[in-house]
Design a protein around this ligand. Structure first.
Ligand SMILES: CC(C)(COP(=O)(O)OP(=O)(O)OC[C@H]1O[C@@H](n2cnc3c(N)ncnc32)[C@H](O)[C@@H]1OP(=O)(O)O)[C@@H](O)C(=O)NCCC(=O)NCCS
Length: 169
């Protein structure tokens, strides 16, 4: 199993993997909207490939925390592993590789709306710790943040704005 950057040839498989993992099209469609927006970072759309088949995917894209100033951050969304391949550590490899790449690209933090029992294992903590809020209603423990550089979120309290192109809120 390898983790690598997506290519154009993967678009269809990524759509299918997300559709199967989430049991709906919403996340697959979201990926397509992000891909054609200025918030897309090609290096941070990663696939897990086994024997030439795409079995997992993760996407990080640019977002802003609007506080006293505007601070750049990353949104981790969505991530997916084909049901048949879940609970084998593929998700973990995608997250870890993604965080490492994001750091190498110079980003200093990541925001995720996700399962409260999953992301803390990678170091994510409730965003409310830094007084970072979401622009729409979300459970406190599902709205998490991670510092790629120690102290990166200190004094960056504010509200995360997901670009309207994402069509989230
Ligand atoms: C979430 C997901 C990407 C994890 O991928 P994975 O390859 O199974 O992850 P890993 O093997 O690294 O880790 C498995 C762990 O994740 C946990 N997990 C998976 N889905 C979870 C959920 N909905 N809530 C809490 N924990 C979850 C498993 O219980 C398991 O925990 P354990 O290690 O304590 O047994 C995958 O389950 C998936 O595609 N789910 C459907 C889509 C989804 O919900 N995406 C995430 C949106 S935030």
């Amino acid at each position: 199993m390898i983790i690598r950057k997506e290519t154009k040839e993967d678009y269809k498989s990524i759509y299918e993997v997300n559709k199967k993992a989430f049991n709906q099209n919403d996340e697959s469609e979201l990926i397509q909207r992000i891909r054609t927006s200025k918030y897309f970072i090609a290096e941070l759309s990663l696939v897990a490939e086994e024997n030439g088949k795409i079995i997992g995917h993760i996407l990080f894209s640019k977002i802003k925390i609007i506080g006293e100033k505007e601070y750049e951050s990353l949104s981790l969304a969505p991530m997916s592993v084909l049901p048949k391949f879940q609970k084998q550590g593929i998700g973990e490899k995608l997250v870890k590789k993604g965080l490492k790449k994001a750091k190498n690209l110079g980003f200093d933090s990541v925001i995720v709306i996700g399962h409260k029992d999953y992301y803390p294992r990678f170091g994510f903590e409730k965003a409310s710790k830094w007084n970072i809020k979401c622009s729409f209603e979300v459970p406190d423990d599902a709205f998490m943040a991670f510092e790629l550089k120690v102290g990166a979120l200190e004094n960056k309290s504010g509200t995360v704005q997901f670009p309207k192109e994402f069509g989230i809120k």
